[in-house]
Design a protein around this ligand. Structure first.
Ligand SMILES: Nc1ncnc2c1ncn2[C@@H]1O[C@H](COP(=O)(O)OP(=O)(O)O)[C@@H](O)[C@H]1O
Ligand SMILES: [Mg+2]
Length: 263
């Protein structure tokens, strides 16, 4: 049986798709058969971020409509053995896809995978329900900003209505320089505000932004380490949190901070 984890947030643009993709790559690299599921019908994103858009033949709607089997709709990522993508519908068609439909598709993949990561669309309406309905676990992605924390809090309340056995947060886009100078909410503050276990933190990293803008998996030193730790924590239950502030401490850190400010 696969662990079915939904990545959600309420707010858009906080990094759900980015984290789903990178977590998938890390889990696959560890040898776990992983499928990334895009349920943002009509606004496919995950295939673009993964650079797999041109390889999509069938999608989730085709499986639901009986035009292909679930496994036929999977796109294999040739760069990473064990990693697959189940694309969302590319057309904003008339088919209304419900959480129950997604659940039945995922149940066809359940026994063949170790991890099913579900990338939730923004908002808390039908798309949210569609994504969360089949999951057993939830990762709430939040940025260190009050509006994101407020939305995450709302989502955590909504998750109580589903069959979710464990919830954790990932704090994305932490800026080490701003943390060191006391200009950004600290990790402890965010955790205290949301009252759920911290699974990991991801630094704000220009390499992520540029990898996403051209489509394709990132390969950057700083965030790669943070994703590795996040992946370990999720898989093994460890609590290793990446130190985003490290390179901005001390004398050299002071210089780096000032240089970053000037850029
Ligand atoms: N840690 C990060 N550092 C820099 N840019 C990031 C980071 N996480 C996400 N982004 C950028 O933020 C934008 C929104 O991310 P995305 O994953 O699409 O958010 P969501 O799926 O929550 O809407 C993308 O352009 C992405 O490249
Ligand atoms: Mg997204």
């Amino acid at each position: 049986m696969a662990r079915k984890i939904v990545l959600t947030s309420g707010k858009g643009g906080v990094g759900k798709t980015t984290i789903t993709a990178n977590l998938g790559v890390n889990l696959a690299n560890l040898g776990f058969r992983t499928v990334l599921v895009d349920v943002d019908m009509g606004l496919n994103n995950l295939d673009v971020v993964m650079g797999l858009e041109n390889q999509v033949v069938f999608d989730m709607t085709d499986v639901i409509m009986g035009r292909c089997r679930a496994k036929q709709a999977l796109v294999e990522d040739k760069r990473f053995p064990n990693l697959f993508l189940l694309p969302s519908s590319h057309y904003n068609g008339k088919t209304k896809i419900l959480g129950e439909h997604v659940k039945s598709v995922l149940s066809m993949l359940d026994s063949s995978f170790d991890y099913i990561l579900i990338d939730c669309p923004a908002g808390v309406d039908a798309g949210f329900h569609r994504a969360v309905f089949s999951a057993n676990e939830a990762i709430v992605v939040v940025t260190p900003h009050l509006s994101s924390i407020k939305d995450a809090n709302k989502v955590l309340g909504l998750l109580d209505e589903y069959n979710i056995s464990s919830k954790g947060i990932v704090i994305n886009r932490l800026r080490g320089d701003l943390l060191a100078s006391g200009e950004m909410l600290r990790v402890e503050d965010v955790v205290r505000a949301l009252h759920i276990p911290l699974l990991g933190v991801i630094p704000d990293d220009d390499a992520i932004s540029s990898a996403c803008s051209v489509g394709g998996y990132l390969n950057s030193y700083e965030s790669t380490r943070a994703f590795t730790l996040l992946c370990e924590n999720i898989h093994s239950g460890t609590k290793k949190i990446y130190d985003c502030e490290m390179k901005y401490r001390g004398f050299m850190g002071y210089i780096r901070r000032n240089l970053k400010r000037k850029v």
